[in-house]
Design a binder for this molecule. Sequence first.
Ligand SMILES: Nc1ncnc2c1ncn2[C@@H]1O[C@H](COP(=O)(O)OP(=O)(O)OP(=O)(O)O)[C@@H](O)[C@H]1O
Ligand SMILES: [Mg+2]
Length: 244
Amino acid sequence: MNARITQESGTPDSGKQDAGQNDAIVQFQRTGFRYGPENEALREINLDLQRGGFYFLTGPSGAGKSTLLKLMYLALRPTRGKVRLFGTDIGTAPREALPHLRRKIGVVFQDFRLLPHLTVAENVALPFRVKDESSENYQDDVAELLHWVGLGSRLHALPNTLSGGEQQRVAIARAVVCKPSLLIADEPTGNVDPAMGAKLMRLFVELHRYGTTVVIATHDLELVRRSGAPVIRIEAGQVVGEMA
Ligand SMILES: Nc1ncnc2c1ncn2[C@@H]1O[C@H](COP(=O)(O)OP(=O)(O)OP(=O)(O)O)[C@@H](O)[C@H]1O
Ligand SMILES: [Mg+2]
């Protein structure tokens, strides 16, 4: 049952249903992940996320949402089955192939992971610095985005002087600033008020409109309902359903 449901789950628009496997930007095939012999976090995940799709991932705390996302952003490799990203099998790809894939992915971590010794603006500029771009090329974009998320006056602040919700907005700005092919956000609105949550969602929707595939893990069912995007639900390490 799991396989059937999940095979169909990557279809935000019904017209894309026949797009075939080649159009999948993320594919899980009988994928499992164990943190240890007694700790099986994911089992038999079969999932195709289509290029250009917008997906929510929900489920109770401890269900395996963050683990599933970590496999998507290459922080973990599967202990069973396959994960394919942009058509590359990450279980068998040579290590040298992975940084190239990583650069196509923007990640909002559940715990933000801002670098404490860098300012807000420097943190957001990191994806450009990794690519060795000159600061003239991105400074304005970084400042504009930080203004948009309400942090225009905090560009030169250090992360530990910000509130949790402010740090979360910096993390989101850093993930989207390079217009990644794939945006993976783990509870990106968990620390902000509903109005800011709605505003941040507009940022994700805008990014999606320009072609980014978006995957958001969230407990915020109101956010999910309002968006109308497909929802993948996992419980105890397995996909248990999909709502379009
Ligand atoms: N680094 C780790 N080492 C060992 N076990 C882990 C580790 N990270 C997660 N787990 C376990 O794997 C299971 C899935 O955890 P995961 O973080 O993926 O859940 P989640 O759905 O993201 O939960 P939440 O909604 O609380 O963020 C849980 O049982 C958790 O205890
Ligand atoms: Mg989590």
